[in-house]
Design a protein around this ligand. Structure first.
Ligand code: SF4
Ligand code: SF4
Length: 435
């Protein structure tokens, strides 16, 4: 409790034993330690504010970890706790007892999914705490090897996969429709489609990118891409502890964007979407930004369907589209419009949606987290999808198709299909067969 503006360290009142007078008989009764707590204010005896002071002194914002008052609401909603020992309350207690969070493996397990902040009465903000402490750890060279590799690839090539930037638009060759690249066909355009890394390069991502290209073209959307000039928007690298790399990317990306005339940016990546909506404006760059589900959902009635899909589908809310940015409806509008689809919800959905494990740098830390968790978050989520009775787990984040497909295989649930929403729309338009 602050007294005269200064925080007072608590004094331990617990005693080996205590003697209290009975209010009825007046007789003195001796009580052992665990009972005498009831008669005097109880405090945690093993407590030090020093580690909190260290965190608060870091550049960034890690102050709120100290605000925790131990109510425990965050623990059951934390996806990492369901596969390990985690949650802000537990981290708070560890720091209170003197652990150095900067050197502790817990630092890298949080996926910044935001479910704890949603329920925390004290607004302990892991979305600020984790990136702040991680940035200090990275500066100190205490970074998991696989994450360091991604930082280096991003710095060198402008994408997390370490792919050649000249091959950014290679996916367009097999799209089946012409795709305009602004560098070669300049001029005003309505939608600048910011493809991001996994839809540009990943073997499963490019299939979704091609499906989007066919759908957008069929709907008459005036759209184009940056192609080789595109670099990642860098939000996951920022949250994983590389704010300097993020700032450099902001500079490069905005310089490229300034060369072209467009009305809106549309991206399939909720992480990129989050960066453009929340982080770029803080640095002076504001755009009209949509996730692809928000572009397509008002246009869905214009689609000419060719065949019903006859599938039971469940949908996984991406943390950075749902909880972080409040969009739960657009993906469901699209799925509900596809003929033949029976949409069922998993128990944990929308505001309380489970995390795939890919956020906040988790996408690149599966090897590291394996040592501290009983199973991957994506594996837990696949089990939930199977329990819902669905044939298909539908997604709309480029991280998720490969994560969930791997998890379906590793949990022995290969019968569960994992499809991006655009792949389902594309199939029902009969551009592509469903597998
Ligand atoms: S919900 Fe907030 S106050 Fe409660 S234990 Fe968790 S971090 Fe602490
Ligand atoms: S942000 Fe998500 S993963 Fe991180 S501590 Fe909170 S609930 Fe757990």
């Amino acid at each position: 409790m602050p007294v005269g503006g200064k925080k007072q360290d608590p004094i331990a009142h617990e005693k080996e034993s205590a003697t209290v007078a009975s209010p009825i008989s007046g007789r003195e009764v001796e009580l052992p330690a665990m009972w005498n707590r009831m008669f005097e204010p109880r405090v945690l005896s093993n407590h030090s504010p020093d580690r909190f002071a260290e965190l608060a002194a870091l550049p960034g914002n890690a102050d709120s970890l100290e605000w925790c008052y131990g109510c425990g609401k965050c623990v059951p909603v934390c996806p990492v706790d369901s596969v390990g020992e985690y949650g802000p309350r537990k981290i708070h207690r560890k720091v209170q007892t003197g652990i150095d969070l900067m050197s502790d493996p817990d630092l890298w397990l949080c996926t910044t999914c935001m479910n704890c902040l949603r329920v925390c009465p004290k607004e302990v903000d892991m979305i600020q705490i984790m990136p702040t402490v991680r940035a200090a750890a990275v500066a100190d060279g205490k970074v998991p090897v696989e994450l360091q590799d991604v930082f280096e690839k991003t710095f060198r090539y402008g994408n997390a996969l370490g792919e050649n930037p000249r091959r950014r638009a290679q996916w367009t060759r097999d799209a089946g429709v012409p795709v305009r690249i602004l560098g070669s066909e300049p001029g005003p355009v309505d939608v600048l489609f910011y493809v991001e890394d996994y839809w540009s390069y990943h073997p499963r991502g490019v299939e979704a990118a091609r499906a989007f290209a066919r759908i957008a073209t069929a709907l008459g959307v005036d759209w184009a891409i940056l192609g080789p000039e595109e670099k990642t928007l860098g939000d996951s690298q920022r949250l994983a502890g590389e704010p300097g790399l993020f700032d450099a990317l902001v500079e490069d990306v905005t310089t490229t964007l300034a060369k072209y005339e467009f009305q809106r940016i549309v991206t399939p990546d909720p992480h990129g979407f989050n960066a453009l909506v929340k982080e770029y404006p803080k640095r002076g760059f504001t755009y009209d930004v949509l996730h692809y589900t928000q572009l397509l959902s008002p246009l869905i009635e214009n689609i000419t369907w060719a065949k019903p899909l006859d599938l039971k589908v469940t949908f996984h809310d991406p943390c950075y589209l749902g909880r972080h940015n409040g969009e739960y409806d657009a993906p469901r509008v699209l799925l509900s419009a596809i003929p033949g689809i029976d949409l069922v919800e998993m128990g944990r959905c929308k505001e309380n949606g489970y995390c795939c494990g890919g956020g906040g740098g988790g996408m690149w830390l599966d090897g590291f987290t394996r040592d501290y968790t009983s199973e991957r978050l994506s594996e837990r989520r696949v089990r939930e999808a199977v329990e819902s009775g669905a044939d298909v787990l539908a997604v709309c984040c480029p991280y998720e198709v490969s994560r969930f497909e791997d998890a379906a295989k590793s949990t022995g649930n290969s019968q569960l299909q994992v499809r991006d929403i655009v792949e389902l729309i594309d199939a029902a338009m009969a551009h592509e067969p469903t597998a």
